[in-house]
Design a protein around this ligand. Structure first.
Ligand code: NAD
Length: 272
C-alpha cells in the first residue's frame, strides 16, 4: 500500500561484494532497498559493479556504487566518506565480499603462505577494516547493525578451503568482539553462516552429483538460494532484531545441525 512505513525507511546501508547480479549480494540489495533503505554497493574496480548498480536502479531502488578493495584501508575510508556524502549516514553494513573458491586452498602441508595471507588479508582484514571505519559513522548516527557473512565451513574440518574456512572463523570472533565493544553505543553485530547457496555462478561451476551430495545432507531436502541469506540480512538489519547481537546464525538447511553419519546410517537401517 502506498505510503505504508517500511522497516528500513530512512536507513542507509553498505553492501560489499555486489560486483555481479549472480551472487548473494544483488538479491540482498534488492531486499534491503525494498524494505526502504538507500544502499551503496561496493566491489572491486574491474567487476561489474556499475552495470549491477544501473540494473538495480532501473528496478526502482535508491542505490549508488563505489569501487573498493576491502583489504585496503584508504579505500575503505573513502567508501565510508562517499556513503556519508551521498546519503548522509551509515546505519547498516553487510560485509558480504570475500575471496573464495581458490583451487590451491587445500590441505595445510601444501598450503602456500602467500595464498593464506591473501585470503586472510581480504576476508578477515577486510571485514575488520570495514567495521573499524563504519562504526564511528554509526555511533554518530545513534547506532547501527553490522552483518558479517561468514560460512558453515568454519564449523567443521574439511580437505578443501582451509584458509577460507579459517578466515571465516576469524570473522565469527570479530563479530563477538564488535558486539561486545560497541553494544552500549547502539551497535549490534551478527554473522550469518550460510551453507551451500546455489548462486547462478555456483550452479554452473558445481557438478550436479556434487550438488546432490549437499542436497542429501540438507534437513529441508533443498539447497540454499541467495534470497535465503538476503532475508536474514534484512531481518538482522532491522529493529525487529533489536535484541540479537554477537551471534553466528546458520542459514544452511540444517546441514551442520545433524551428526555427519546420519544419512549413511539411515540408509543402512533401511537396507535392514
Ligand atoms: N555461495 C555459497 O555457497 C556461500 C556459502 C557460504 C558463504 N558464502 C559467502 O557469501 C558471500 C557472498 O558469496 P557469493 O557466493 O555471492 O560469491 P560472489 O563471488 O558472487 O561474491 C563475492 C564478491 O566479493 C568480491 N570481492 C572479492 N575480493 C574483494 C575485495 N578485496 N574487495 C571487494 N570486493 C571483493 C568479488 O569481486 C565478488 O563480487 C561471501 O562472503 C561468501 O564467502 C557463500
Amino acid at each position: 500500500m502506498a505510503g505504508e512505513a517500511k522497516d528500513l525507511d530512512g536507513k542507509v546501508a553498505i553492501v560489499t561484494g555486489v560486483g555481479s547480479l549472480k551472487g548473494i549480494g544483488a538479491p540482498t540489495v534488492r531486499m534491503l532497498a525494498g524494505a526502504g533503505a538507500k544502499v551503496v554497493l561496493a566491489d572491486l574496480a574491474g567487476s561489474q559493479l556499475e552495470e549491477t548498480t544501473r540494473q538495480l536502479a532501473s528496478e526502482g531502488f535508491e542505490v549508488a556504487c563505489r569501487p573498493v578493495d576491502i583489504s585496503d584501508e584508504a579505500d575503505v575510508k573513502a567508501l565510508m566518506a562517499f556513503t556519508v556524502e551521498k546519503f548522509g549516514r551509515i546505519d547498516i553494513l553487510d560485509n558480504n565480499a570475500a575471496c573464495q573458491g581458490q583451487a590451491e586452498d587445500g590441505i595445510i602441508t601444501e598450503l602456500s603462505v602467500d595464498l593464506w595471507d591473501k585470503i586472510m588479508g581480504i576476508n578477515a582484514r577486510g571485514a575488520m577494516l570495514m567495521c573499524k571505519h563504519a562504526i564511528p559513522h554509526m555511533i554518530a548516527g545513534g547506532g547501527g547493525s553490522i552483518i558479517n557473512i561468514s560460512s558453515g565451513t568454519a564449523h567443521a574440518g574439511d580437505f578443501y578451503a582451509t584458509a577460507y574456512a579459517c578466515s571465516k572463523g576469524a570473522i565469527n570472533t570479530l563479530t563477538k568482539y564488535v558486539a561486545t565493544q560497541y553494544g552500549a553505543q547502539g551497535i549490534r553485530c551478527n554473522a550469518i553462516a550460510p551453507g551451500l547457496i546455489m548462486t547462478a555462478t555456483l550452479d554452473i561451476a558445481m557438478p550436479k552429483p556434487m550438488q546432490e551430495v549437499f542436497r542429501s545432507h540438507s534437513l529441508t531436502g533443498k539447497l540454499g538460494r541467495p534470497e535465503d541469506i538476503a532475508e536474514m540480512v534484512t531481518f538482522l538489519a532491522s529493529d525487529r532484531a533489536r535484541f540479537i547481537t554477537g551471534q553466528v546464525i546458520p542459514v544452511d538447511g540444517g546441514i551442520y545441525a545433524h551428526i555427519p553419519t546420519v544419512v549413511e546410517v539411515a540408509a543402512l537401517f533401511k537396507q535392514g
